[in-house]
Design a protein around this ligand. Structure first.
Ligand code: ADP
Ligand code: MG
Length: 685
């Protein structure tokens, strides 16, 4: 006997649209904070400047959001909550250029499927406000006129009243409230021009940010002063990749067990594991294990490269060129962290256990103060009043440096030096290392007798950090990261090395050691100092303002001032200025290196304004600093192949051979990985 199934197959039926919509709505609105995020975005899309939010029971009982934006037209109130109704998107192609937050016309509709929804709104043209209630995407009852201000007020009550299972999931109103607070806080920080107020009904204000505030101020309100005090601005952009990034990130002095990462891509609060991980990795070498930074990031990507149409909750944003963009962001962060002074302690701690505080290395406090001089990266004057050009004219030049020359020959002093141009050197007591000779085949080098130069050389040597010198001497070039940074390996450690900054120090030292022995780079057509000065003064970087006097007059002063110094500059540095005021030669400091012509005008101007010509030692020191800064500035117009070659074979090779590093320069060498540890990791894989 056949055993037949007693059950009839179930009849397949088309689902009631209300059920379909409810399922979809539940996908979008998973909790009160989701609904609120959608509604905040609507307020911002409507150009509001003040947004007030009131909640009860974590938004489950009551959630109201009021704005002062454009309002909704009365004619639209009938359909505003129907699914796929929007004022922001007309055809699929529009998705590619969408700049507003919402685009699907799904938020209000979804909310109306899971809660009681009431809208009260008034546009600028309406005489009164209108109020309407909605249920399952449709208008419930009539649209009533009432009194009210311009803007929109949306009230959501009894969320998930019709979804008993979902409702049971929410046990804690306080947890829902903290999610709401989180969403409001983040949007308040990103939209600092808009004021946000969040209130628990019947209680005090939980969060208030003022109108036209700053992101920093709002971060302080939400996350506290500790975060803001240690915050830096990090920016990068790339034209080919069509993106722009602005971040406020804590320095390595700050750390927290929790990684707070606020990411806005095209003004939408989203998450990106790729970016988050990349940033966390940048900080990892600096922070104690298990600790993280605070980072707010505003990332703007060409809208057509962003796929916003990915998930109804729109948290996940995919974008084109993700790897490349993440790399650029990582470099921007690394650059800021590696170059920062704050890394100093970390360096000492990680690289040189037991090393003395870099500040103590020399004990020469007075000369250390001098080190706080402005370097290339800070060369733009922010306040032109601080350093007026006239300050440098007349006064400094009235005094001839000859009056102050320190020409005494101090034999006993000189004999302290064991460094000379032809021999290996054993420098200053405990800090011993090998410094190769820099003879360039020229055995007849002049030995200077100027005490000032000898003192400055001694200063360099006494600050030398033996371990760092060893790291450089043992190192090999791995590759360029960008125009500033390269990867080098020394022993089993990999370092990110700020080649540009190190080369600035190298140029400074070479200027000290090759004193009176420079070969020259000759201009076929000598350049008029006056013309160069005019070019520089017209450049914003010079900080020139009308009170400084007419540019042509100032340029003449520059010319006159430098002509006076011409003999000295020619004899000591191979920098030749003719009596007619033409620049004929510049010193050749490193073979195969020509300083950038683009930066030459500024250099000439700064020779007059920044060099302390009055006293001999200060004069040499500041002249060499300015010249080093100029020589380390790379020409932007050369192509990638060329700068990579220069960095490896001119800058790095010479740094490795000749740089006498002070402990302070350790901040420019960031240990990123230990190869033995890496090999262990690979073995396990
Ligand atoms: P979307 O934002 O994707 O267009 P929503 O469902 O969030 O879809 O909103 C539907 C429409 O309602 C919007 O396109 C907008 O015209 C209108 N709207 C919603 N909230 C506001 C508001 N606070 N101010 C002005 N208009 C609003
Ligand atoms: Mg919307």
């Amino acid at each position: 006997m056949d055993i037949l199934c007693d059950f009839e197959p179930a009849v397949i039926q088309k689902l009631d649209p209300v059920v379909v919509n409810k399922i979809a709505a539940g996908e979008i609105i998973k909790r009160p904070a989701n609904a609120l995020k959608e509604m905040i975005e609507n307020c911002l899309d409507a150009n509001s400047t003040a947004i007030q939010i009131t909640v009860k029971s974590g938004g489950l009982k009551y959630l109201q959001i009021r704005d002062n934006g454009t309002g909704i037209r009365k004619d639209d109130l009938g359909i505003v909550c129907e699914r796929f109704t929007t004022s922001k998107l007309k055809q699929f192609e529009d998705l590619q250029s969408i700049a507003t937050y919402g685009f699907r016309g799904e938020a209000l509709s979804s909310i109306s499927h899971v809660a009681h929804l009431t809208i009260q709104t008034k546009t600028a043209n309406d005489k009164c406000a209108y109020k309407a209630s909605y249920e399952d995407g449709r208008l419930k009852g009539d649209i009533k006129s009432c009194a009210g201000n311009q803007g929109t007020q949306i009230t959501v009550e009894d969320m998930f009243f019709n979804m008993s299972q979902r409702k049971q999931l929410f046990k804690s109103a306080s947890e829902e409230f903290s999610r709401i607070l989180d969403v409001v806080s983040k949007y308040a920080i990103h939209n600092a021009n808009v004021s946000f107020t969040l209130t628990k009904q019947g209680e005090n204000v939980a969060l208030r940010t003022p109108i036209n505030s700053t992101k920093q101020d709002n971060i302080k309100i939400v996350y506290g002063a500790d975060v803001v005090n240690e915050m830096k601005t990090i920016e990068c952009q790339d034209e080919p990749l069509q993106f722009k990034m602005y971040a406020l990130a804590t320095s390595v002095k700050y750390s927290s067990k929790k990684f707070t990462f606020l990411l806005f891509i095209n003004h939408r609060l989203v998450e990106s594991t790729a970016i988050k991980n990349a940033i966390d990795q940048c900080y990892a070498p600096f922070l104690p294990k298990g600790n993280h930074p605070f980072v707010y990031m505003d990332l703007q990507i060409e809208p057509k490269n962003v796929d916003v149409n990915m998930h109804p909750t729109k948290h996940e944003v995919n974008f084109l060129y993700e790897t490349e963009i993440v790399d650029k962001i990582r470099w921007a962060f690394e650059g800021k962290l590696v170059g920062s002074n704050e890394t100093r302690e970390v360096y000492t701690q990680q690289l040189l256990p037991g090393a003395s505080n870099p500040g103590d290395v020399n004990g020469d406090q007075a000369s250390q103060g001098k080190e706080t001089k402005v370097y290339a990266k800070d060369m733009v004057r922010s306040d032109s009043k601080e350093q007026k050009l006239e300050k440098f004219f007349g006064k400094s030049f009235a005094k001839d440096s000859q009056d102050n020359t320190e020409t005494t020959i101090n034999v006993s002093f000189e004999s302290e030096f064991t460094l000379n141009d032809n021999n290996e050197s054993n420098l200053v007591g405990r800090k011993s290392f090998i410094l190769p000779a820099r003879t360039n085949g020229d055995v007849k080098r002049k030995q200077t007798k100027l005490t000032s130069i000898l003192t400055l050389r001694k200063k360099i040597e006494s600050r030398c950090d033996g371990k760092l010198r060893q790291i450089l001497a043992d190192s090999n070039f791995v590759g360029c990261i960008n125009r500033r940074q390269s990867l080098i390996q020394s022993g089993s450690n990999l370092y990110i090395c700020d080649v540009q900054k190190l080369s600035e120090e190298l140029f400074y030292q070479l200027l000290m050691y090759d004193f009176e022995n420079f070969c020259e780079i000759r201009f076929e057509n000598p350049l008029s100092i006056k013309d160069l000065a005019i070019l520089a003064l017209n450049n914003e970087e010079s900080g020139w303002c009308e009170q400084d006097g007419p540019i042509s007059e100032l340029a003449e002063n520059v010319e006159e001032a430098l002509i006076k110094k011409a003999d000295m500059l020619r004899e000591y540095y191979g920098l030749s200025i003719s009596s007619s005021g033409h620049l004929e030669t510049l010193p050749l400091i490193l073979d195969n290196h020509t300083p950038s012509l683009g930066h030459l005008p500024m250099y000439i101007l700064r020779l007059v304004t920044e060099v302390d010509w009055a006293k001999e030692r200060q004069c040499f020191e500041t002249f060499c600093r300015e010249t080093a800064m100029y020589y380390a500035r790379t020409t932007l117009i050369i192509d990638e192949c060329e700068w990579k070659w220069l960095i490896e074979h001119v800058y790095y090779d010479n740094i490795k051979k000749y740089l006498i590093p002070s402990a302070q320069l350790g901040t420019l060498l960031l240990p990123v990985a230990n190869l033995q540890n890496l090999y262990k990791v690979f073995e396990r894989c």
